[in-house]
Design a protein around this ligand. Sequence first.
Ligand code: SF4
Length: 742
Amino acid sequence: MATGAVPASFTGLKNRDHHGLGFAKSPEFVKVSNLQRVKFLRTKVNVIRNSQNPGSETAELEPASEGSPLLVPRQKYCESIHKTVRRKTRTVMVGNVALGSEHPIRIQTMTTTDTKDVAATVEQVMRIADQGADIVRITVQGKKEADACFEIKNSLVQKNYNIPLVADIHFAPPIALRVSECFDKIRVNPGNFADRRAQFETLEYTEDDYQKELEHIEQVFTPLVEKCKKYGRAMRIGTNHGSLSDRIMSYYGDSPRGMVESAFEYARICRKLDFHNFVFSMKASNPVIMVQAYRLLVAEMNVLGWDYPLHLGVTEAGEGEDGRMKSAIGIGTLLMDGLGDTIRVSLTEAPEEEIDPCRRLANLGMRAAELQQGVEPFEEKNRRYFDFQRRTGQLPVQKEGEDVDYRGVLHRDGSVLMSVSLDQLKAPELLYKSLAAKLVIGMPFKDLATVDSILLRELPPADDEDARLALKRLIDVSMGVITPLSEQLTKPLPYTMVLVTLKELSSGAHKLLPEGTRLVVSVRGDESQEEFEILKGVDATMILHNLPYAEKKTSRVHAARRLFEYLSENSLDIPVIHHIEFPSKIHRDDLVIGAGTNAGGLLVDGLGDGILLEAPDQDFEFLRNTSFNLLQGCRMRNTKTEYVSCPSCGRTLFDLQEISAEIREKTSHLPGVSIAIMGCIVNGPGEMADADFGYVGGAPGKIDLYVGKTVVKRGIAMEHATDALIQLIKDHDRWVDPPAEE
Ligand code: SF4
């Protein structure tokens, strides 16, 4: 495998210093000859300015992390790191809808009907448009579907529906050419438009082979670009993490770098032909990868002086709260950085169901950008935004003389804290169950997905022995109990951790507590540096980062980044929990989206050790599940089976929603196992990304089963396929029986 090539997005880069970078003569490739020698030096290279590259003069490259062979541009990936400022883009016209930074964030989805069924597709597009979508995508796999597209368009226009239509194309250049005559935009997947299906094998490519394939792409892609120019169509160069070409994989692996380069191969052809009415997307089912890929894309565009808009999405996000959460983590994170001009929340649900969460997410991003929410400027030196590196807070250690074990109050893979009311203490068994503790003769024990600590805003009176006993039993199993300073001073409860603000700390009020009391410090993140200084002298068990929800101008994400920067600069390794107090009556989707964006946006950068969500009138179980979903979505703590399920489209060969529900019901108790449920083999296996097992529609009524990306059983009758999947999981020793109900 050829590694260490700097992508051709740096076409025209020339070495300016001698830190082991040696570039080949080809203008398309610059090779890193000896990466071992590139330690952690920031490497400066000149960018040759030409008509295609009016951008910055100097690009700075540096290894993504110490010793990493991945070179990343040091260039900025967003307009501002301390506030939300929308990235300036050109305007791209999709039919009558304008995309880009001067326009609202556009919302879109994709039909799930058989494209050949013109009436059903038209009906569905109308339902989607009525829900307020700006753009609709339709899969176009062959000639019959392309023919149907003309009828679909005509029929919609006759019914006064002028919503722009996008053709989703895989492996079919002639079909793309045909449909560009009637649709407003063509989505091409650079992983498979001109290339054969990826073999997922390590192939050797010489530069010559590579060059020949690029020429082939140009030959195949040029007619489509010319036609889009002629008809005034738009295009999306839509890279997918799971379906990169063999060529790209051989040089870059299935990395964010490979995704960017894959898109740039096509973008360069568009630019060469003076076609600029296109947008990029970098989708992945893993929000962490997705975020990194978009950031890298923008950083490289900044180097090149390109200003194409972005379509954001997390693929195969799944259904319900899982799907909403994954989308919020990926899309919301980027929106907070001012990135994204059109979005799709891809759910395994009816397409019209996607529009509402999509709009909520877009509104959140628009509002942050309009108000330019943020904090005062600060220098950010420690956050790694191109490669994931978790800042791990120091987990509590047992101190001499402590009578209870505090080591379990936080979890190394990410903690979930919950706010508990006095009322809940009246029914201890119910409380233990709702904390997801195991019960053995009425006594609680911690399990895989048990809440780690609780916040008690009010302590029970000193004479309420039952409530105090209920709390003692939790403390005995190393569940942390946190209570405000005023409560602990008036109704002291032994072994409680005490919540103090920075102000209380500086006033010395905490000194009224018995020596050795564990402290939890609540910090907003926008305090002055002087106020932060007090953290240096405090032995805090954890920090709760909590900025009031009602803050308009100050952004939680940026305030937290500022706090983390301070902690890193001062070598303070206190764990930080993201504490969000939602207002009463908040819509559930807003809560999930708000948590995914505001806490997930930090966790994907490795910033944070857990989550505490409060919402006065929300169901306790919903809040707990949302918290665990958030940690799993950010690839921190796995407490259930991970599902990658496609949203379905006109290619889907079975009822995805029904089958997905059936599989989830039988397999959801397997943390650490990931299962992909994909509607077709055209694109499914490629897009399963890193799933352990795959359930893929092979033909009508027939399912193929995969282990990784290898098909191991073909053509299983639908009615036996779920059992066959379970057997496959058992055969690979990944199965455990579901826990018996007590
Ligand atoms: S996997 Fe197949 S059926 Fe599912 S959305 Fe992708 S193309 Fe459509």
